[in-house]
Design a protein around this ligand. Structure first.
Ligand SMILES: NC(=O)c1ccc[n+]([C@@H]2O[C@H](COP(=O)([O-])OP(=O)(O)OC[C@H]3O[C@@H](n4cnc5c(N)ncnc54)[C@H](OP(=O)(O)O)[C@@H]3O)[C@@H](O)[C@H]2O)c1
Length: 277
């Protein structure tokens, strides 16, 4: 009894003309590549770290808390991935510390960087009349200025490898809500930063991707719920591994395509009345 695909000429599959075959043979490998990643002590950052290491990528992580950063690296080490991770200390709000961390990373990698991913971020809420320039500056420092500085410091290395940049942004750039002004403004500026980086660096072979997740079941969302006195059910939201697997897939696409933006939202609960993200 012939199987359901008996009508397919097997020579077509062997010829290399099958779309799936072409995609695999041309995909961008992460094995042996060098990545720089922020935010690994957070939900999405740790999931992305695990994905990169599993793909055989070496990852220089930047964080501000040595003990928490080491705990993440220890967890990753137990998974037995082929990629290895190193820890580099910097508060993302401190430009001097950031530039020193990048210098340390590039010294270790002999100047090589293939991927930069900014997965760190901070969120604060405020009604319009309560906004302060201090608060806006705080959110800009981590969400917007830190990735700008890191892109500048890594630009030559990324051009040399025709590398890739990923900014974890937020769907809040599309869904402006009361009290979200500081976060939305900083993330909207991050989108503009990514777009202008792409205009300048695409001709030099660098791909730039902005990812816009909706509510994701991480500590950021937990803190938000606790602050509002709401129950937190992370299982209702996007999972950090959903974001990580999307990023990993897009990084490995063939060099014939550049995905510029991707919006994600929770499959369930996303339109709950009063939902804020
Ligand atoms: N969770 C959501 O619902 C959601 C939705 C859309 C977009 N996003 C965005 O997704 C990204 C990841 O967020 P997440 O949900 O994974 O949040 P998270 O669990 O709160 O993690 C945030 C990360 O940013 C780091 N960070 C913050 N300020 C820092 C600083 N000054 N110096 C160094 N590191 C700093 C944190 O380090 P520490 O551990 O040292 O604090 C942590 O590693 C962020 O850009 C966020 O805006 C989140």
């Amino acid at each position: 009894m012939p199987g359901p695909y008996a009508c397919i000429d097997a020579s077509f599959l062997r010829s290399g003309n099958h779309p799936q075959t072409r995609l695999n043979s041309n995909s961008t490998t992460l094995t042996g590549r060098q990545a720089v990643l922020t935010g690994v002590t957070g939900g999405m950052g740790e999931a992305i770290l695990q994905g990169l290491l599993a793909a055989g990528c070496h990852v220089a992580t930047i964080g501000r808390d040595p003990a928490r950063l080491q705990a993440v690296l220890d967890r990753a080490a137990t998974a037995g991935h082929t990629g290895r991770a190193t820890a580099h200390m910097a508060d993302l709000a401190d430009e001097g510390q950031l530039r020193a961390a990048v210098a340390e990373i590039l010294a270790l990698s002999q100047g090589r960087a293939d991927v930069f991913i900014h997965a760190a971020g901070v969120m604060e809420e405020a009604a319009w009349q309560d906004l302060t320039t201090e608060q806006m500056s705080r959110l800009f420092a981590v969400n917007t200025l830190a990735p700008m500085v890191l892109c500048q410091a890594l630009a030559d290395a990324l051009v040399a490898t025709e590398g890739q940049v990923v900014f974890i942004n937020s769907s809040s750039v599309q869904t402006v809500r009361a009290t979200k002004t500081p976060y939305t403004v900083a993330k909207t500026a991050l989108k503009a930063l990514a777009d202008s980086f792409r205009v300048e660096f695409n001709p030099k072979g660098v791909r730039t991707l902005s990812v816009f997740p909706g509510r994701t079941g991480t500590d950021m969302q937990r803190r938000l719920h606790e602050g509002r006195g709401e129950e937190f059910h992370p299982e209702l939201f996007i999972q950090p591994s959903d974001v990580a697997s999307t990023v990993l897939h897009l990084l490995q696409l063939p060099r014939t395509v550049e995905v510029t933006e991707i919006f994600m939202r929770p499959m369930r609960n996303w339109m709950k009345p009063g939902a804020a993200l």
